[in-house]
Design a protein. Sequence first.
Length: 316
Amino acid sequence: MSRILTVTLNPALDLATQTPHVHPDRKLRCAAPRMDPGGGGVNVSRAIARLGGTSLPLVALGGAAGAEYAALLTAEGLTPQALGPSLPTRTNLTVTEGDSGHEYRFVLPGPTWQTQDIDQALSTIRATAQAGDLLVPSGSLPPGVPQDIFLTLNATLSPQGVRMILDTSGPALGAAAHQTTNAPLEVLRMDLHEAETLAARPLPSPADRAAVARDLVLRDVARIVAISGGAQGTVVASDQGAWSCAAPKVPVVSRVGAGDSFVGAMTLALHRGDSAAQACAWGVAAASAAVMTPGTALCDKAQTEACLAQVPITAL
């Protein structure tokens, strides 16, 4: 039976708090922090669980923060599998300024990986993934890890029937968009800014974004390409066509976790056999539900289902 496996190489113990106003050069009294296990892949697993699905999170954990991280995952009903490297887990901080509602996100880089750490993690992933599985690497890469690590992994696992859903950015996205391995990804997801950087031009309309997504599909970079535009909605393309999924208008409390909620919902929908357009609509609904939650909280199932009814799908 096929499974969903998520991969997080650079997890972070996410702390979220609030202070009335951010001033330089003085102590800022903050509210009690909320702690969540963060990092793209784990957040995808958490979103899938909140939507009623199951997945296996493969995570690189170590140190005191790593132990706290694992305990938080277990409390949410998830059973993380260690990737092998036991380097210290980083901590990130999000501070909301109460007076203005502005969020300040402080993101640390994580420990530097050595060759043996990379080899150990790749060996664990290869040994765990099976034919039919959806493999979802997501989030930033630790220092020392090559930008094309997941393309190399996909070239090995794709012929074995493992389908990769990749959510990445920066040089890693550039490497994915220009890959020549003849092993297309199942899904490549990016946000609008990343798509514009990749295309080296503005993409103001859904049709402009669809052209970029179609080109990536035609070049066998991925079978499905999704370009998320936040409140502007998301465009998705496959060999069956291209569609725009408009985002419902919802009150925004925090944008943290919206992208991971999108990937989690889309992955779960594809896993149960939904079309690319339907899966994209689920992703948009989950992202909309996520922005209505505070701090590092993710999507809620009931709210996602309510938002789904407000996501029109338009063929492009």
